[in-house]
Design a protein around this ligand. Structure first.
Ligand code: RNT
Ligand code: ZN
Length: 415
């Protein structure tokens, strides 16, 4: 145990906080790490194409993973720099097979190398149907398309994704989240929003018709405000999915980049959790728009983590990350982002929650302000370092040189 941790533990104890308990709680929180940061949302279908769907990775930094094997090797490295046990979030177009199934033909067996790897490494897996980067999604319309044939194609893709996710959850003994995000919307002002939303509702109904055991599969739906080429109207808006999730009892996914820039996403958690059972987060950093920058340890993330902890929402929230920056080392992007999410959670776990709530309950707003401001000076970093040391992962300059070394080795090998 380091001297600085010893001092920090005493200081936290002086505020009534048990640093050991905080580290213990942190070690139980798995982060769902998005595979798509590793290859700029490209996927491994045996054909070329852009990601489309109004999302866009920018940059051409060397070292992008080009095969499932390279992506897994990069994830292995990233996890060697991240304390704790986590999950990997797969998209359907990251299948690992020599076959070339259509999106409406995918099966569990196309993903078994991922499951074998996850079993071997003690990781959980989550899943997403891929409703973009496909010729049948070129109009940015899928489940809400006016053409029934196209809707049916995507319904089938969604159904199969649920089956695959449920099987993955069963194999790994931990429920897989299957998150549905579709790009559907209109570039210019539509005249029949009602029809589009009705079609989406009906398609989702058909897709979710088959029952799956919750111990294997958690269905989730993700809303959005707008995307590139879909500026005027998004069919699956926040109100649409909040209502759908509440009525159909599926999880609601809140992506931090999918709201107006000044909205406070942390504030939404308590509100939506009163009508929705399970929550999924896509922790992201929008800059001026849904730009999907690597998450920083900034006020937005700290506020999110504090709400999760203080509102008691950790047991029914899955924390996923969603960003993709192709201008920097992709492995560094993973490591920095996951560690920032963990640091934010640790920060929240190290606050004297009961005392703060009591102060607010007594309407002592002066004390609430003086406490929250004084607490910012506590030595959170010493506890984080101790946590990393106990988990045998580096911090500081050592971490930085590990990240640089890996990046230069992959950049050399992959050019
Ligand atoms: C898009 C959504 C969605 C995607 C991933 C790849 O705006 O955020 O979650 O980023 O599914
Ligand atoms: Zn998202």
């Amino acid at each position: 145990m380091s001297k600085s941790y010893d001092l920090a533990r005493e200081q936290f104890a002086g505020w009534g906080v048990d640093a050991e308990a905080a580290m213990n709680a942190l070690s139980k929180i798995a982060i769902s790490v998005h595979c798509w940061q590793g290859d700029d949302v490209g996927g491994f279908e045996r054909k070329s194409g852009t990601s489309g769907g109004g999302i866009q990775a920018t940059g051409n930094h060397p070292g992008r993973a080009r095969t499932p094997g390279e992506l897994r090797a990069d994830l292995d490295f990233a996890f060697s720099q991240i304390p704790g046990r986590h999950r990997v979030n797969l998209h359907a177009f990251y299948l690992d097979t020599h076959e070339t199934p259509g999106r409406d033909e995918i099966e569990y067996r196309h993903f078994t190398p991922w499951v074998d790897w996850a079993k071997d490494k003690g990781l959980g897996l989550d899943f997403n149907p891929t409703f973009f980067a496909h010729e049948k999604a070129d109009d940015n319309l899928t489940l809400s398309h006016p053409d029934k044939g196209i809707r049916d194609f995507w319904i089938e893709h969604g159904r199969r994704s649920r089956e695959i996710a449920a099987r993955i959850g069963q194999e790994l003994g931990s429920a897989a989240v299957n998150n549905v995000w579709i790009p559907d919307g209109y570039k210019d002002i539509p005249v029949d929003r009602m029809a589009a939303r009705q079609r989406l509702w009906d398609s989702l109904d058909a897709m979710f018709a088959a029952r799956h055991d919750r111990a294997r599969l958690i269905d989730a739906v993700e809303s959005k405000l707008f995307g590139i080429g879909v500026e005027a109207c998004t069919v699956g808006s926040h109100e649409f999915y909040l209502g759908f999730a509440a009525r159909k009892d599926v999880a609601l996914c809140l992506d931090m980049g999918h709201f107006h820039p000044t909205e406070n996403i942390a504030d939404k958690l308590s509100a939506v959790s009163l009508c929705v059972q399970d929550l999924l987060l896509h922790v992201s950093r929008p800059m001026r728009w849904d730009s999907d920058h690597v998450i920083l340890l900034n006020d937005d993330i700290l506020a999110m983590a504090q709400e999760l902890v203080f509102a008691g929402l950790l047991p029914r929230t899955r924390i996923g990350l969603d960003y993709f920056d192709a201008t920097i080392s992709r492995t560094a992007a993973w490591v920095i982002g996951v560690r920032n999410m963990q640091k934010a959670l640790l920060h929240a776990l190290l606050l004297p929650q009961a005392q703060l709530k009591d102060i607010e309950h007594r309407l002592d707003h002066t004390a609430r302000l003086s406490w929250t401001e004084e607490l910012k000076d506590l030595p959170f970093a010493a506890v984080w370092s101790e946590f990393c040391e106990r988990n045998e992962v580096p911090t500081g300059r050592t971490l930085i040189s590990e990240l640089e070394q890996y990046q230069s080795s992959v950049a050399l090998r992959r050019t």
